[in-house]
Design a protein around this ligand. Structure first.
Ligand SMILES: Cc1cc2nc3c(=O)[nH]c(=O)nc-3n(C[C@H](O)[C@H](O)[C@H](O)COP(=O)(O)OP(=O)(O)OC[C@H]3O[C@@H](n4cnc5c(N)ncnc54)[C@H](O)[C@@H]3O)c2cc1C
Length: 503
């Protein structure tokens, strides 16, 4: 029997687990990553991520690689049954306040291959594919993970200080800690179709959501020659009814027009049940749930995978701090306190869009109106950029919100160029706490900030950062390693003492 010891065991090498492992490795934490398969799961699922999540991809060192495999999108259109545009939320293909295009289309297997290819760059990461995790058990010393080699049946045990359950919708880790999915009452069957063609389909270059109770649909271009359609299945229909291009012709015709079937390559067609669910507990002592193991969303605003990456980014700097002895383990409570309400809000928004697309009559009209109002907040397509496009994180030990004002705490600090070399905020001191301020710190304050492991970012008058602070009624903000604001205020003298010691 193979027995090994690690600081962290990551169960599942999907996008969430891979991001968590790479992020831990960047903090110098050793981890074992276990997955059922040797290779990435080949079916395309996620196709969109936003500029906030792009920053996480950049943190794990893959911004340039992601730029090569992705394509900025023009935004979102809600269209009616006959193609009439009901609402349009354009986005600029250039860089947002987060430093990247606001909506980005890609192919999930290609994205996962990119993440997996980065694993060998880190001595801290050990990857074992072709293994089935069967149980996760707390012990006196930590946590034990039992797994089996799928080919030979050999048993193995990994001991760890912490375990991250990134094992997807049917999570074994979730079952092991006795957590259950809570249903947010959304369940629909959809047909997902991926097609390659070199023909120009000649449509607007963004996501189209067809609000048609009779046949709701989504169309989007995801690459130079790759396209995705999703169609709601009617009662009695299944993917088997649409197995060939000829079967799909009636659904695709409004989009592909005169293009002959020989010019279209059907990559795959599959049926998915879209659900809205959130696990009731995301943690039991030394075991955490992340990604689809903790939450499931209908994919309409393209935030499911992104939520998993946000989980990984939120938890890993805290875990690294605890494992380094710099943070009190009690602070790990903040993971669920912060991430669960955020994930739930995004899932509710996705479900609203789903209902606006599929509900008929007065109810459908209500959902569509609500959506047009909310759509300014749909990440990657709204008009707002820097002031909290996704909801601010809730109050926690790492988010100190002002009592009577919304303020900057819990929001994401923008990522503008901050030095003469053109380096962006995220590139200056990755993984460290920042004190971003328009005030010049005294020598004593600067020493204290540095003694606690923080880095001062001086926001020049008139700069984007200075404007961001001013609009948040602050002159200084403590920014966490995941670039969320811990606390902001009008005076540096009281603020900097809230900086946790992270050396
Ligand atoms: C049609 C569709 C469209 C989507 N579109 C988008 C989109 O545009 N944008 C977006 O952000 N998201 C989208 N999503 C959601 C996205 O695909 C998922 O949220 C994402 O894959 C979740 O990643 P994960 O790593 O948490 O879980 P998974 O991708 O499910 O990975 C879990 C991993 O754990 C492994 N595993 C599971 N159990 C075990 C075990 N017992 N032992 C060992 N290994 C195990 C699996 O092999 C797998 O590799 C879409 C989903 C669908 C279905």
């Amino acid at each position: 029997m193979i027995i090994s010891h690690h600081r962290v065991v990551v169960v599942g090498a999907g996008p969430t687990g891979l991001t968590a492992a790479l992020s831990l490795a960047r903090h110098g934490i050793d981890c074992l990553v276990l997955d059922r398969w040797d290779e990435v799961y080949p079916q395309p699922r996620a196709v969109h991520l936003d500029d906030e999540v792009y920053r996480i991809v950049a943190w794990v060192g893959l911004a340039d690689e992601f730029a090569r495999i992705s394509r900025p999108s023009a935004g979102l259109r809600l269209v009616g049954r006959d193609g009439e545009v009901m609402a349009e939320f354009r986005r600029d293909a250039g860089e947002s306040a987060n430093g990247f295009p606001r909506a980005n289309m890609f192919d999930q297997p290609e994205f996962e291959r990119m993440l997996r290819a980065a694993l060998p760059l880190y001595d801290e990461i050990t990857f074992r594919g072709g293994v089935e995790v069967t149980d996760v058990v707390h012990t006196e010393a930590g946590v034990r993970v039992d797994y089996l080699d799928r080919a030979g049946g050999e048993r193995a045990v990994a001991h760890a200080d912490y375990v991250l359950g990134c094992d997807g919708a049917n999570s074994v880790v979730r079952a092991a800690i006795g957590s259950r999915m809570q249903d947010l009452r959304f369940e629909q069957r959809w047909l997902v179709v991926d097609i390659a063609t070199s023909a120009d389909l000649g449509h607007w270059d963004g996501v189209h959501q067809v609000c048609d109770p009779d046949r709701a649909a989504t169309y989007m271009r995801i690459g130079d020659t790759r396209y995705r359609w999703e169609f709601r299945l009617r009662a009695g229909e299944s993917a088997a009814d649409y197995g060939t291009l000829a079967d799909l012709r009636p659904l695709l015709a409004p989009w592909t027009g005169e293009i002959d079937s020989s010019g279209l390559e059907l990559i795959r067609v599959a049926e998915y049940t879209f659900r809205a669910q959130v696990a009731d507990r995301w943690r039991d002592r030394r075991v955490f749930l992340l990604g689809d193991a903790a939450h499931l969303t209908p994919p309409f605003i393209g935030q499911g995978m992104g939520a998993g990456l946000r989980d990984a980014f939120n938890l890993t700097w805290k875990l690294a701090g605890v494992l380094d002895g710099a943070l009190d383990p009690d602070r790990l409570e903040t993971y669920e306190q912060e991430r669960k309400p955020h994930a739930r809000a995004m899932i509710r928004l996705a479900a609203t869009l789903g209902r606006a697309m599929t509900e008929g009559g007065v109810l459908g009209e209500l959902f569509r109106r609500r959506l047009v109002r909310l759509a300014g907040r749909v990440q990657g397509v709204g008009a707002k950029v820097a002031d909290g496009v996704t909801p601010a994180l809730r109050e926690s030990d790492f988010v100190h919100r002002a009592a009577f004002r919304r303020g900057l705490a819990g929001t994401l600090c923008p990522n503008p160029a901050v030095d003469e070399r053109g380096r962006r905020l995220d590139e200056v001191a990755p993984g460290r706490f920042l004190v971003v301020t328009t005030v010049r710190p005294t020598d004593g304050q600067r020493d204290e900030i540095e003694r606690r492991g923080g880095v001062v970012i001086q926001a020049k008058a008139g700069s984007g950062l200075a404007r961001w602070l001013r609009e948040g009624h602050a002159t200084a903000a403590i920014v966490r390693p995941d670039r969320m604001v811990l606390r902001a205020g009008r005076s540096l003298s009281s603020l900097h003492t809230w900086l946790p010691t992270m050396l």
